[in-house]
Design a protein around this ligand. Structure first.
Ligand SMILES: [Zn+2]
Length: 172
């Protein structure tokens, strides 16, 4: 079973760059990945459809033993030059994290910051990781170059991420 969820929620925008919010970006991304999973007739769960982005406690409930569970976020930093993709997870999900980082890094042309442990990030949503899931920090929303690369290529990234998740699900 694949579980894909969008970070933050309809009441918590997360990071912001101008009029762009992290919650809107990752909800849109979740919908695009869901489109490709549906097209490949996968069994999967999401934390809402269209503009719905349920809060973390609901996202965590979707994770069952053996799930491939990924929550999408964007990074942000006061240093606007900070750039790249990274994942946060427990050891068991580290290989999946490395594949996701490689995929996003190559497609967006941004640094690969690597598959990190759960204590490495700035996010406090690690309940998702403790439940066995992985957090994918797609890029830095605070970096205009990262954001532009993402907006240009988001469908390609969504298709490739869906493929990585399908491969991981097949390997279970
Ligand atoms: Zn976030």
């Amino acid at each position: 079973m694949i579980v894909i969820t969008a970070g933050h929620s309809n009441t918590d925008p997360g990071a912001v760059n101008g009029v762009v919010t992290e919650a809107n970006i990752v909800t849109d991304f979740r919908n695009m990945v869901a489109y490709y999973l549906r097209r490949s007739e996968r069994d999967f769960r999401t934390d809402g459809e269209d503009a719905i982005n349920l809060p973390l406690r609901d996202a965590i409930r979707l994770i069952k033993p053996g799930s491939i569970a990924v929550e999408f976020h964007c990074n942000a930093h006061a240093n606007l030059a900070a750039s790249g993709v990274e994942t946060l997870s427990g050891d068991e999900m580290r290989p999946l994290g490395r594949r996701l980082c490689d995929t996003v890094s190559v497609l967006l042309g941004i640094p690969n910051r690597g598959a990190k442990g759960e204590a490495s990030g700035q996010h406090s949503r690690l309940g998702f990781v403790q439940a066995g899931g992985l957090i994918l920090e797609l890029f830095f929303l605070s970096n205009n170059h990262d954001l532009r690369a993402y907006l240009d290529k988001k469908w390609l990234v969504a298709r490739a991420v869906a493929q990585v998740l399908c491969d991981a699900d097949d390997g279970r």
